[in-house]
Design a protein around this ligand. Structure first.
Ligand SMILES: [Zn+2]
Length: 149
């Protein structure tokens, strides 16, 4: 077993999921190229390895349930991507209305302000926020420039 496989197996087992080749292949995809995947994209990339669409859906669900990947709903589409341990709580995504691309919003200043906002909310409403999933919609930089010029 090579090092990559060993690492994937460890992630799965740390989350209480028994390792199977198919789960390993799907998780490896997310690790090898960290981006947002639609289920049918995962299927398309892995169908040569004999992984069916039903297995893709089932595996994504298992990985999401145990917190290895997160699900992002954007309009009619659902995307998945690795959960980033360093940004434990707040995920903001920008969805372009025109080209449909998804961008991570990675502004640490804005994240700090957001996190202050949730702290306030937790205190004033006496509740615990465990996960925040924000989708911001609009016009991305590329499309904005196309439209302007
Ligand atoms: Zn765009």
């Amino acid at each position: 077993m090579n090092k990559g496989t060993e690492c994937v197996r460890k992630i799965l087992e740390d989350h209480g999921i028994p390792y199977t080749c198919q789960r390993g292949e799907i998780l490896s995809l997310f690790i090898a190229e960290p981006k947002h995947y639609k289920p049918n994209e995962v299927f398309r990339l892995l169908k040569d390895k004999g992984i069916g669409i039903a297995t893709v859906y089932r595996t994504l669900e298992i990985l999401r349930e145990c917190g290895i990947i997160i699900e992002i709903s954007a309009g009619r589409d659902v995307f998945y991507r690795m959960k980033k341990p360093e940004s434990n709580c707040i995920y903001a995504h920008f969805l372009c209305d025109v080209c449909g691309k998804i961008y991570d919003c990675l502004d640490s200043g804005a994240a700090k302000k957001c996190s202050d906002f949730f702290d306030l909310l937790e205190n004033s409403m006496d509740m615990t926020i465990k996960d925040v999933n924000i989708t911001i919609k609009g016009l991305c930089n590329e499309c904005k420039n196309k439209e302007g010029g």
